[in-house]
Design a protein around this ligand. Structure first.
Ligand SMILES: *Cc1c(COP(=O)(O)O)cnc(C)c1O
Length: 387
C-alpha cells in the first residue's frame, strides 16, 4: 500500500456522466444540439451571467473574445507570465503583441502595480488569470481598465466556483473563459465556456464559433421552412462543443458542489499537515474570496534543502508520486524569447515561484489514505534532504 502509485490527476466520473453520454449517443444527435443548449443555460444560471457560449476549449474561448473585441495588428494585450501558454498564444494568434506582467509572490496572480506600468495607448485588453482558483484583484483591474476603455477578459480555467468579494467569476468583467479540459475542476474531456453580459460580444462569439454561419446547426435542421439554407457573415472558426461533451458537462455541473467540498477538505488536510514543516510553504488564501482549489501548490524553501526543486520532484517520482509544475513562465519559452525579446530575469517574482513550486496530487477522487500518503512521501524526502 505504501508504495502504491498516486497519479497527479484522475477524473471523478461515475454512472451519471456515463449514462448521460450514452443517452446522448443513442439520441442520434452527436454534435452541437439540445445538450449544449441545456448546458449553456445551466451554466449561465450558475455564474449569473446573461450569456454562456459553449466552445471546445478555453483556448478557443479566449481567442473568440479577442476576435469579438476586434483586437489585432498594432494592438497590445496584457497578461501574466505565470500562466499556461494558451493565454499568450491567443494574443499572438489575433496578431496583437503580448505584454507580460510579473506576479504577486503570495497569490501568484498579476501584480497590479506592474500592470499599471505596462498599460500604453495601444493596450486593448487585459487577461487576468486566477491562479489555482484564487481570484485576481478584480476591483483594481476593472478600475484601471474602465478609466482607459480597455477590455478585461478573464482566463478562468482554474476558477469555476471562485468568488471575488461575493461575486461569481464569470459575471465580473467583459468576458470570461472557462476550461473543461480533462484535469480541470469540471471536465468534459475537452471543452470550454465563455460567459459575458455583453450582447454584441455574445452574438459575435456565437457566429464565430461555427464557421461564421448566421444560425447554428440545431436551428437550421430543426427549422422546417429552410433547413438547407445558411449564410456566412464572417470567416469564422470551428470551435463548437459536441453534445456528447455537453452531456458530461451537465452531470459534472450537477455534482460540482460535492466535488468542491472534497477539494476543500483535501486542501485543509494538506495545509494542516505541512504547517509544521518549515521547508514547505502552503498556499496563501486571501480574505473575502472563495477559492476554487483547482491546484494545491506548495513552495519549497530551497535554501533550507540540499537539492533543488527538479531533484526534489525526481525523488517524489522515485517514491511513486505524480506531481506537476504550474507554470513554466511564458517568458522562458523559446518562441516568446525570440520574437518578443523576453529574457530570464525579466519577472523576478514569477521566477522565484517557478523555481520553488510543486503541484501535489489534488482531486476529489483521492482517498484519505492517498492524501496522507502524499504528505508522508513529501515529508520523507524533506527528512532526507534538509540541511
Ligand atoms: C488549462 C488552461 C488553459 C487552456 O484550457 P483548454 O481548455 O485546454 O484550452 C488556459 N489557461 C490556463 C491557466 C489553464 O490552466
Amino acid at each position: 500500500m505504501s508504495d502504491e502509485f498516486i497519479p497527479f490527476y484522475k477524473p471523478y466520473i461515475d454512472k451519471k456522466e456515463i449514462n448521460s453520454v450514452v443517452e446522448s449517443m443513442e439520441s442520434g444527435w452527436l454534435t452541437t444540439g439540445p445538450k449544449v443548449k441545456e448546458f449553456q443555460n445551466k451554466f449561465a444560471d450558475y455564474v449569473g451571467s446573461k450569456h454562456a457560449l459553449a466552445v471546445n476549449s478555453c483556448t478557443a474561448g479566449l481567442h473568440l473574445l479577442l476576435v469579438a473585441a476586434g483586437i489585432g495588428e498594432g494592438d497590445e494585450v496584457i497578461t501574466t507570465s505565470m500562466t499556461f501558454a494558451a493565454t499568450a498564444n491567443v494574443i499572438v494568434e489575433v496578431g496583437a503583441k503580448p505584454v507580460l506582467v510579473d506576479i504577486d509572490p503570495k497569490t501568484f496572480n498579476m501584480d497590479i502595480q506592474d500592470l499599471e506600468r505596462k498599460i500604453t495607448d495601444k493596450t486593448k485588453a487585459i487577461i487576468p488569470v486566477h491562479m489555482a482558483g484564487q481570484p485576481c484583484e478584480m476591483d483594481e483591474i476593472m478600475k484601471l481598465a474602465k478609466e482607459r476603455d480597455i477590455y478585461v477578459f478573464e482566463d478562468a480555467a482554474h476558477a469555476i466556483w471562485t468568488k471575488y468579494k461575493g461575486k461569481m467569476v464569470g459575471n465580473i468583467s467583459d468576458g470570461t473563459a472557462f476550461s473543461f479540459y480533462a484535469t480541470k475542476n469540471l471536465c468534459t474531456g475537452e471543452g470550454g465556456m465563455v460567459t459575458t453580459n455583453n450582447d454584441e460580444l455574445a452574438e459575435n462569439i456565437r457566429i464565430n464559433t461555427l464557421h461564421g454561419i448566421s444560425r447554428d446547426a440545431y436551428d437550421r435542421y430543426t427549422n422546417k421552412e429552410a433547413s438547407w439554407y445558411y449564410e456566412i457573415v464572417t470567416p469564422g472558426y470551428k470551435y463548437n462543443m459536441p453534445d456528447i461533451n455537453a452531456a458530461m458537462g451537465i452531470e459534472q455541473l450537477n455534482k460540482l458542489e460535492e466535488m468542491q467540498k472534497r477539494r476543500k477538505e483535501i486542501a485543509d488536510i494538506y495545509t494542516e499537515a505541512f504547517k509544521e514543516v518549515p521547508e514547505v510553504k502552503v498556499p496563501y488564501v486571501k480574505d473575502d474570496i472563495r477559492h476554487a482549489w483547482h491546484l494545491y501548490i506548495i513552495l519549497l524553501e530551497v535554501e533550507m534543502l540540499k537539492i533543488d526543486r527538479n531533484e526534489f520532484i525526481n525523488k517524489l517520482t522515485e517514491l511513486n508520486l505524480g506531481t506537476s509544475v504550474h507554470f513554466i513562465p511564458i517568458h522562458f519559452h523559446p518562441y516568446y524569447k525570440e520574437n518578443y525579446g523576453f529574457e530570464e530575469g525579466d519577472f523576478p517574482n514569477c521566477e522565484y515561484v517557478f523555481e520553488r513550486n510543486i503541484s501535489l496530487p489534488f482531486y476529489p477522487a483521492m482517498t484519505d489514505e492517498q492524501v496522507y500518503q502524499v504528505i508522508d512521501r513529501v515529508k520523507q524526502v524533506i527528512e532526507e534532504v534538509r540541511r
